[in-house]
Write a protein that binds this ligand. Structure first.
Ligand SMILES: NC(=O)c1ccc[n+]([C@@H]2O[C@H](COP(=O)([O-])OP(=O)(O)OC[C@H]3O[C@@H](n4cnc5c(N)ncnc54)[C@H](O)[C@@H]3O)[C@@H](O)[C@H]2O)c1
Length: 330
């Protein structure tokens, strides 16, 4: 029998979750959004039950899983309610915009026994998974230095950026919490948690907002030196992560959907590329992973603890950008 999944927040990413959970063929989906016009359109388009109020949705029936796809400052309170309902809980990134009730959420998740994960979708990208597995094999030794260069023209991908959560830090906006957090989480997944960082950030280009759209970070993840360069105005949509290890280098090129190895002594890169993927493919894989997790199977999804660690990265980066000082992460 199919699992019953409630999607809370059916905006840009929530609608994608709804569609991709449907496309697994393993879920009966219901929709909840406070915006009634949007909700009506989504309910009609996908033929699903709909609720404009989260509590009304929870009392109407029992859900096996709840996906929280609202702006970040609302995630923790909604996740606590989802766990009280007894549902497996899948939370969009970033976990929150502050540390309030994050420990309570971790306790509640542990006590409930419900499967809980955070939708850092890079965990489902074959070029990220391949890199992680290769690094963990130890074949080219210990990582020593990581260098990230990434960016895109955000207004092209999200024309409404001025009107949504992105416009304010308090609702999870700005380049650090919205975009850099994906890469910081992926780097932590590769080499372990960030322990110290210095962040410089500024608003350089995006019209109609004042939050940072450009970020430079110099970090340490334990013994590994890491630097990030990210902006949200450049013309090419590209993401490159280079991980230089004792015995060679690994390179992830998200825009090429490939990862590559250059072994010490070799003369060229060895590329690993899977069949081309559409954007929904990775989200369908993510939905399947969540359904697997609900049924006790191992998944590559980000855990609550990993997302709580990346939240520390986000908050430290914001603090460092404000103070002009390096920040230690406990
Ligand atoms: N993984 C990704 O690639 C990715 C991409 C985009 C956004 N996100 C994340 O997903 C979250 C949502 O982003 P978005 O772009 O879809 O935002 P959005 O503004 O397009 O949609 C959010 C929706 O939530 C609804 N909402 C807010 N509070 C609600 C409540 N209490 N009950 C019911 N509905 C409520 C709003 O009406 C809105 O329709 C953010 O945390 C964002 O960072 C992730």
């Amino acid at each position: 029998m199919n699992d019953v999944i409630l999607i809370v927040g059916c905006g840009s990413i929530g609608e994608r979750h709804l569609r991709c959970f449907q496309r697994t063929g393993r879920a009966e989906v219901a929709a909840c959004d406070a915006n009634t016009a949007l909700l009506q359109r989504v309910a009609q388009q996908y033929g699903v039950a709909s609720f404009s109020d989260f509590n009304a949705a929870l009392t109407a029936r029992r859900y096996d899983g709840i996906v929280i796809a609202t702006p970040a400052h609302t995630h923790v309170a909604l996740a606590l309610a989802a766990l009280r309902h007894g549902a497996a809980t899948f939370i969009e990134k970033p976990l929150s915009t502050n540390r309030s009730k994050v420990d309570e959420l971790r306790d509640a998740a542990a006590k409930s026994g419900c499967f809980t994960a955070v939708a850092y979708v890079y965990h489902l990208m074959p070029w990220i998974l391949g890199t992680r597995e290769f690094l963990r094999s130890g074949e080219i030794g210990r990582p020593l230095h990581v260098s990230v260069a990434t960016g895109q023209h955000f207004p092209t991908f999200r024309p409404a950026y001025r009107e949504i959560y992105y416009a304010r830090h308090e609702s999870g906006g700005g380049a650090i919490q919205d975009a850099l957090t994906h890469i910081a989480n992926a780097v932590e997944w590769f080499i372990g948690p960030t322990t110290r960082l210095f962040c410089d950030a500024a608003h350089q280009a995006l019209e109609g907002v004042t939050v940072e759209d450009t970020v430079s970070v110099a970090a340490r993840n334990g013994g590994v030196l890491v630097n990030y360069a990210l902006n949200q105005f450049q013309a090419p949509s590209e993401m490159t992560i280079q991980i230089h290890c004792e015995g060679g280098s690994v390179r992830v090129e998200g825009h090429e959907q490939r990862w590559s190895v250059f072994r010490r002594g070799a003369s060229t890169w060895e590329h690993h590329k899977a069949a081309p993927l559409e954007r929904d493919d990775v989200f369908i894989a993510q939905a399947n992973a969540f359904l697997d997790g609900m049924h006790g199977k191992a998944t590559p999804l980000a855990t609550l603890d990993e997302a709580a660690q990346t939240l520390k990265f986000n908050l430290a980066a914001l603090e460092s950008a404000r103070s002009g000082k390096a920040v230690e992460i406990a």
